[in-house]
Design a protein around this ligand. Structure first.
Ligand SMILES: [Cu+2]
Length: 279
């Protein structure tokens, strides 16, 4: 009987050893694959920042990473310590207790305070982005559709013309402008989005068909586009250049190809571009 028990224990130990070796190997393969991908891509961190509010977005990201990394190390350190401290020595019986008021209150209240703190520190930034823009802001309407982006500028009158979906025409009227509205006569539409460096811009985001998401990583801007609703937000680009807009909402079979171009340039370059004919 005793020898039988010890044989079982030996077998369990051997199995435990090989399982641990397998888990270690798997962890090595995963970490190796991640490191290799990051090295191969050469860029392994955030893209260069090109907006004013983005600094605060990055700060929030680093604070969040810091907190969850500390929690991860603490929890797994304690877990590993307990596995080692209370390992099977052959004679001990496992002890178990139910409910520990102090412990339960601690691990409920502490994460709740941390989560509330993170949420409140992000809420200020979120509400600023969605507040009224400064009066000098450039206004551009961005319309998402399956599968591309189209920008509209209000023209000399500063007023956008009305939209009438019934007047949509792929070639002649791709943005479905209401031809009867005089405010729309000087509206300028373009497949590219152009912005002015260091000038706040208010984006009025719409969608023609399904949910999309306007995502410009360099600006730290990501906003859902919802059919039937115009969502406004503003930010200030800080560096000239060409940036990529990606759709961050799975919106159909062509979603992967839904990328656009944002060009940030000086006011003179922008004025010249706006006056020139465009696609
Ligand atoms: Cu999309």
């Amino acid at each position: 009987m005793a020898s039988e028990e010890s044989t079982t224990r030996e077998r369990t130990h051997r199995f435990g050893g090989s399982a641990a070796a397998l888990a270690g190997l798997l962890a090595l393969v995963i970490v190796g694959a991640i490191v290799a991908t990051l090295v191969a891509r050469t860029r392994w961190w955030l893209p260069p920042l090109a907006s004013v509010h983005g600094r605060e977005v990055d700060r929030l990201l680093f604070v969040t990473f810091g907190i969850i990394s500390a929690a991860f190390i603490l929890v797994h350190g304690v877990l590993a310590l307990f596995v080692w401290l209370y390992r099977d020595r052959g004679q001990a019986r496992a002890s178990y207790w139910h409910e520990h008021r102090g412990l339960e209150l601690t691990y409920t209240i502490v994460p709740a305070i941390v989560m509330a703190g993170l949420t409140f520190s992000a809420a200020g930034l979120w509400s600023r982005i969605h507040s009224a823009p400064p009066p000098t802001a450039l206004i551009v309407e961005v319309r998402a559709e399956q599968f591309g982006w189209r920008a509209r500028y209000p023209g000399a009158d500063g007023q956008f013309g009305k939209i009438d979906p019934r007047q949509f025409n792929m070639q002649a009227n791709p943005i479905a402008l209401d031809r009867a509205d005089p405010a729309g006569r000087d509206d300028i539409t373009s497949a590219e989005i152009h912005l002015v460096v260091n000038r706040p811009v208010e984006v009025r985001l719409r969608s023609k068909d399904v949910l999309h998401s306007f995502f410009v990583p360099a600006f730290r801007v990501k906003q859902d586009a919802v059919p039937g609703i115009t969502v406004s937000f503003w930010f200030t680009p800080t560096a000239t250049g060409t940036y990529e807009v990606a759709c961050a909402e799975l919106c159909g079979v062509g979603h992967y190809a839904m990328r656009g171009k944002v060009v940030v340039e000086t006011q003179e370059q922008f004025d010249a571009w706006l006056a020139a004919p465009k696609s």
